[in-house]
Design a protein around this ligand. Sequence first.
Ligand SMILES: Cc1ncc(COP(=O)(O)O)c(C=O)c1O
Length: 391
Amino acid sequence: MKKQGFDTKAIHAGLEKFSPDSMSVPIYQSVAYPYADAKEAAAIFTGEKPGYTYGRWDNPTVAVFEKRLAALENTESAIATASGMSAIFLLTHHLLSPGDAVVSSNRVYGGTFGLFETGLKKMGSQVHWVTAPDDISAWAAAITPKTKFLFVETPSNPALFVADIPALAALAKKHHLPLVVDNTIATPALQSPIDLGASVVVHSTTKYICGNGSSLGGIICGSRELVEGIRQSSIRYLGPAMSPFHAWLNLLGLETLGLRMERHCLNAMVVARFLEKHPRVETVNYPGLDSNPYRKLMGTNKMKGFSSLMSFVIKGNYADAVKFIDALKVLTHATHLGTCRSIVTHPASTTHSAMGETEMRKAGISPAMVRFSIGLEDKEDLIADIERALG
Ligand SMILES: Cc1ncc(COP(=O)(O)O)c(C=O)c1O
C-alpha cells in the first residue's frame, strides 16, 4: 500500500479496534487492568501475551497517542510523558551514567538549560555547551569519550537559532552517538529530523501538538530498544507518565496539527514582515524572513515552514519592552507558546530568567527582547493590535 500522508496519519495512525467502537478514542481512565487469571497476568508481565500492566508505564489511550506520534516522526516507537521537561529528563536519566556528558547547543528553552546545567550535576554527569552552534567544528571540539549524545533544539526558543540537522547528524554518526532533536517548535508537520539522520526526537506536546494550552505533555520518539528501555527502567521507577485524559486531548490536537501549522506559518510571516519594517523595532528573529541567515536552511532541513515563534528587540530597554507588552490587547501575555491564541512573552524576566544575565547574553537573549507565538486569529487584528501597542 502507498505510504500515507501526514494528515491521514495524524487522524488514523495507531488506532486500535476498541469495543464498542467509537469515533473518538476512548479514555481509559484506569491505572490497572484486571486479568482473567494468574497465568494471564504472568504472561502479560513477561511480554509473552499482549496486554497492559500498570498505568505508570502503559495505558490503552496513551498507547494510541504514542503510536500516532511514532508514525508522524517516522520512528519505531514512542513513549509519552507528563511534560516536555520530563521527556528530556527521562532521556538523560536513561542515556547518562555518572561521569558521562551531553553535548548541547546553548540555544535551548530555559528549563532544558537548567536541567543540563544544574540537574545533571546532581546525577553525577554534565553538559558541554556549544556556544557557537552554527559552527559544526565547535560541536566536534566539545565531543569527548564521555559524550553519550548530542542535543539540539531547532528552531530554538526564544532566539530562533536553526541547526543544520543533516550536518549534525553526520557528525553524530561519525562518533557513533545519537543526535537528539527537540522538535517542539517545528512539530512533525513542518520538519522530520529522523529523515535527516537524527536518532531521537523529543517534544513538549504542551505546545503546538495540543494546541490550546489545556494540558502538559511530552514524548520521546526513537528506536524500540530505546523506548522500551525508558519504559522498563526510567519511567517505571521515576513515574512521570502522561495521563489518559491528556493523551486524549493531545490526540484531538494532532488531528488538526497540519492545518493549524499552515495558518500559524502564514500569520507569522505577515507579523514578522510588519515588525521588520517598523521604525521602533531593532531586529527580528524569524527564520522565514528573506533577511534571516537561517532562511537557507529551510531546504537543507526540508522544512515546510518555520512555525510561528519569533522574537524581536524593541529599540530602547527593558522598560520599553514591558510597556509594549502591557499595551497589547489581542495578544495574550503568558509564558506559553504554540496555541491558537497569539501569545506575547518577555523571556528575560520569565521563561529564561533562571539562566542569569551572562548565560542569557551568550544565548542571544536581551532585556529588550520580546517573544511572540503567533496564533490563528485574523492577521489584520494581530497587526492592528501590534501597531497600536508600538505607538
Ligand atoms: C522547546 C521546548 N522544549 C521543551 C519545553 C518544556 O516543555 P513542558 O513545559 O511541556 O515541560 C519547552 C517549554 O516551553 C520548550 O519550549
